[in-house]
Design a protein around this ligand. Structure first.
Ligand code: BGC
Length: 413
């Protein structure tokens, strides 16, 4: 009996090794919380005997990673899997370089386990070419309660209250708004202000449909003026600062608040901070009833080597497995993308996010993030991002001028 078991195990092990492949995974998860989450992914894959080759390209928001990806694919040396999101998945699929993973999706019943708003993004011409990892909410305000108490400030729910709180924090001698002056962070702030000041309908028309009239409307002007006012409450060292260092300012009490997606929560947690006690998560001013979302996903590239293909399929399967969905998202700050997951082990911020994701979908106020690659084709996104960032960084540019620039950037094909 003993002998049989050992032989069976030995056979199983040699089968696993024979089939074991290496998978090279491109991602940009290099901050404290992100790296913990990426490790969870690596461990899930390694459990099945495959090897993980890390292809991490630092740089929040992933612009550098996407540049490196393009050059690798052009030189005929694509990684097995790459963190690619939203409409870019379709753009890559149109190039004919992505692998069809319908067999995994069918066996694992992804169509039943994903809301259509998610599965549609993962498919090209009806076939799965990418696998989703999580749902991030962008429109959050992260606060340090001790700093707010010291300043006698109240956590804002609208933009008037935001500037009142910012003034109080300034008087108390802290940086009111922790910000990193990189174009994608400026753009994240802009997106959140647009949603809060303009509302969901405005956001949809202006930043999803790229409607020229809405992009040049008085509401857009108000959004831009409010956005620029936020800059007055950032510090002079903001230019170039990485987002996680801005989060660290809130963690350490050097700053009062940060506008950022909930990967910021991953940083608070990695620093041992407790939500509701050491830090607060509140929907950003004016956005409690809307939700701008960002779904991280991995697109799989076509490969020839059988063992690598096996590893690639295993990765796709593991990503959607409940155990991985839980451990990854507990570290990442996001919520599981797989439907029907228990939220018991998640904190209040994640519970609010999960509830709001469902409620806003029903109310029609669940919106794709423009700053994080979910709303419009990448060329238009890049051009608008540059125009928004130029406005943020150019003191003498008026909101009117910025509006013209953004509207013309929106026409980029
Ligand atoms: C990604 C997150 C990542 C963040 C900062 C976002 O675009 O979706 O996963 O943590 O950028 O790098």
């Amino acid at each position: 009996m003993m002998k049989t078991t050992i032989t069976a195990l030995a056979l199983a092990a040699s089968a696993a090794v024979a089939n074991a492949g290496e998978i090279e995974v491109l991602h940009w998860w290099t901050s404290g919380g992100e790296a913990k989450a990426a490790t969870a992914l690596k461990l899930s894959l390694q459990k099945s005997g495959h090897r993980w080759r890390d292809f991490a390209v630092a740089g929040g928001g992933g612009d550098s990673a996407m540049t490196v990806l393009k050059s690798r694919v052009v030189s005929g040396n694509a990684p097995s899997a790459a963190q690619i999101k939203g409409p870019s998945i379709q753009e890559w699929a149109r190039e004919g370089v992505l692998a069809n993973i319908d067999d995994v999706a069918k066996a694992e019943k992804w169509n039943d386990l994903l809301p259509p708003v998610v599965s549609d993004i993962m498919k090209y011409k009806g076939s799965y070419v990418a696998v989703p990892v999580n749902v991030h909410r962008i429109n959050w305000l992260w606060t340090n309660p001790a700093v707010f108490a010291k300043a006698g400030a109240k956590v804002p729910t609208n933009w008037d209250e935001f500037f009142t709180a910012a003034e109080a924090l300034k008087k108390a001698g802290v940086v009111p708004v922790a910000h990193g002056g990189q174009n994608w962070q400026d753009f994240t702030t802009f997106e959140v202000v647009a949603l809060g000041v303009g509302g969901a309908d405005f956001y949809k028309k202006a930043l999803v449909q790229l409607d020229q009239g809405t992009l040049k409307s008085p509401t857009m002007e108000k959004v831009l003026t409010t956005f620029k006012r936020v800059k007055d409450y950032t510090d002079k060292n903001a230019p170039g600062r990485d987002w996680n260092l801005a989060t660290a300012m809130v963690i350490k009490g050097e700053a009062g608040m940060q506008i950022m997606g909930d990967w910021a929560k991953g940083e608070f947690l990695a620093a041992g901070k407790v939500p509701g006690k050491d830090f607060g998560c509140t929907p950003a001013p004016g956005t409690a009833k809307s939700y701008s979302f960002n779904i991280d996903s991995f697109a799989l590239f076509q490969l020839k080597d059988e063992s690598k293909i096996a590893a690639q399929k295993e990765l796709a399967k593991q990503i959607m497995a409940p155990e991985f969905q839980e451990v990854f998202n507990l570290n990442k700050g996001s919520i599981p993308v797989r439907l029907g997951m228990s939220m018991d082990r998640f904190d209040e911020c994640a519970k609010v996010s999960a509830k709001d994701f469902v409620d806003t979908a029903k109310a029609g106020t669940l919106l794709p993030s423009i700053a994080h690659g979910m709303a419009v084709p990448s060329a238009a996104e890049g051009a608008i991002k540059d125009a928004v960032s130029q406005f943020w960084n150019t003191d003498k540019m008026t909101a009117q001028e910025a509006m013209e620039k953004i509207a013309s950037a929106a026409k980029t094909k």
